[in-house]
Design a protein around this ligand. Structure first.
Ligand code: TAP
Length: 481
């Protein structure tokens, strides 16, 4: 396990020697300590990234040259997949097979953006048709500069990859700050990049708190672009900090995503996808479909089935075979989710199952998966992101009512619909005010497809070619002929 900052191609302690604890959420034991970056350390990292961008030629490399590094990083991740997945599980709590998927996806993300970096060579500029034939004009894409990437704890390596891979492919250099509670695999990513021979300063990883290391990144005048995934309040702070220097910003801020199930749906399939949509990763998923709307004809039957299946989910240490639900990531998150359930009860909601610590688990941040019904539409449980294994289920009558309930949210990250009637599913999909819509499923995520939200769920899109555009400027070159 790495414990130092990765700055300018070297490993170093923080400038004041301070460290923070790494806690295994399954046992609550301190298993490691990691350097806590100061503002001075962040400044060193940003200067290294600046030099790598301005003087050492990273943006001038061809796309094919940068792609070689990205593919070497992908290969490095795969070569250590089992080891990295294990680190993710002991740091975050998620079941090992889920961590293994994340690591494979992270490697795939580097390969995908390697291909897009190569395409930049094939397609370097676009000719613009002008109305005035005394001039010719073309548009070229160029990297923005130094990117500050700040990521959450729910998909530590994957969130790092979603930002680092497109940034490097575009020709940007990066200062990455992982969440304090899950920093281990971001440091492994730095180690893999080092082994891949990535030039010093191109990727820097500063571990530490949001209020010190994160704040120092967003305030730094030499950072050109901020890429953030996390909570709305911190997203607002990032936009405010970016406003001073007109930094480019992309934000992914979570949601309260609806899943509309029509009465013509197969109940078994619906229950399966509802559970996947909220209990995967212990419900700590920004796109989790946490508001389930079920048409009246099948409501009672579906709810009964959902409760039975939810109570069967095997809870335990993510390292143990067959476990489907691990502990929540931290004491703070556990307390917040339990408080949200208590507040829902106080507001009049019924706990159909779960809501408590599972029997036999005295230690670890475990919580039984929870189904809430009778949740008032104006209560926090219906309106706010809980970010835990808690789903609110509610009946609806007509299609119009379902759409109105689904869209009645300040968030707009994702939405799902299930129906045997394709035309209706398409209609509802188009009516959703959300950036990601699933038909007859919930949560499948592809590196090739755009990811991001409407409304207060964020700004910009990650993944796919849209993810690369996040790190590119467009330059117009016009000639008088
Ligand atoms: P946040 O506080 O938003 O943390 C996300 C990242 O921002 C972390 O790296 C954090 O650092 C950093 N950060 C915090 N304050 C900062 C600041 N002033 N300047 C720059 N960076 C800063 O999320 P959280 O506290 O971990 O979780 C709170 C809630 O946010 C959750 O309950 C959930 O509702 C939501 N959330 C959403 C997502 C997604 S994917 N949209 C992911 C995680 C959480 P440290 O954590 O190291 O201090």
């Amino acid at each position: 396990m790495r414990s130092e900052l990765y700055i300018d191609g070297t490993w170093r302690p923080s400038s004041d020697g301070r460290t923070f604890e790494v806690v295994d959420p399954a046992s609550e034991e301190v298993i490691h300590r990691i350097a806590a970056a100061t503002a001075e350390d962040v400044d060193l990292a940003v200067r290294a990234a600046r030099r790598a961008f301005d003087r050492d030629g990273w943006p001038q490399k061809t796309g094919a040259e940068r792609a070689r590094y990205l593919r070497a990083i992908a290969a490095g991740i795969r070569a250590r997949q089992a080891e990295i997945a294990r680190l993710e599980t002991i740091d975050n709590g998620k079941p090992l097979p889920e961590a293994d998927w994340d690591v494979a996806d992270a490697a795939g993300c580097f390969d995908f953006y390697a291909s897009l970096a190569e395409q930049l060579d094939d397609d370097p500029e676009e000719t613009i048709a002008l109305a005035d034939d005394r001039f010719t004009s073309r548009a070229v894409k160029e990297p923005i500069g130094v990117a500050g990437a700040i990521i959450p704890w729910n998909y530590p390596l994957l969130m790092a990859s979603w930002k680092v891979a497109p940034a490097l492919a575009a020709g940007c250099t990066v200062v990455l700050k992982p969440a304090e509670v899950t920093s281990l695999t971001a440091l492994e990513l730095a180690a893999v990049a080092e082994e891949a021979g990535l030039p010093p300063g191109v990727l820097n990883v500063v571990t530490g708190s949001g209020t010190v290391a994160g704040q120092a990144i967003i305030d730094h005048r030499d950072v050109d672009k901020l890429a953030f995934t996390g909570s709305g309040p911190v997203g607002s702070k990032i936009m405010a900090a970016a406003a001073r220097d007109i930094k480019r910003v992309s934000l992914e801020l979570g949601g309260k995503s609806p899943f509309v199930v029509f009465a013509d749906s197969d109940i078994d399939k619906a229950v399966e996808w509802i559970m996947f949509g909220i209990f995967w990763n212990q419900g700590q998923v920004c796109s989790a479909t946490s508001r389930v709307l079920v048409q009246e004809g099948i409501y009672a039957k579906l709810l009964a089935r959902l409760v039975t299946e939810t109570d069967r989910i095997r809870i335990g240490n993510g390292l143990d075979e067959g476990v489907l639900l691990g502990p929540l990531v931290s004491k703070k998150q556990h307390e917040q989710v339990v408080a949200a359930i208590e507040a829902a009860k106080a507001a009049g909601a019924t706990v159909a199952c779960g809501g408590t610590r599972p029997e036999g688990f005295d230690r670890g941040y475990y919580l039984r998966p929870t189904v809430l019904t009778d949740v008032p539409l104006d209560s926090a449980a219906w309106v706010e992101e809980i970010f835990g294994p808690v789903v609110c289920v509610r009946p609806f009558g007509t299609e119009e009512e379902a759409i109105a309930l689904a869209n009645d949210s300040r968030f707009g990250l994702a939405a799902a619909v299930m129906s045997a009637d394709d035309a209706r599913a398409e209609r509802v999909a188009k009516a959703f005010r959300a950036g990601i819509v699933w038909i007859n499923c919930s949560q499948p995520t592809f590196t090739e497809a755009p990811w991001g939200g409407y409304k207060q769920s964020g700004i910009g899109r990650e993944l796919g070619r849209w993810g690369l555009d996040n790190y590119l400027e467009v330059k117009q070159i016009t000639r008088y002929v």
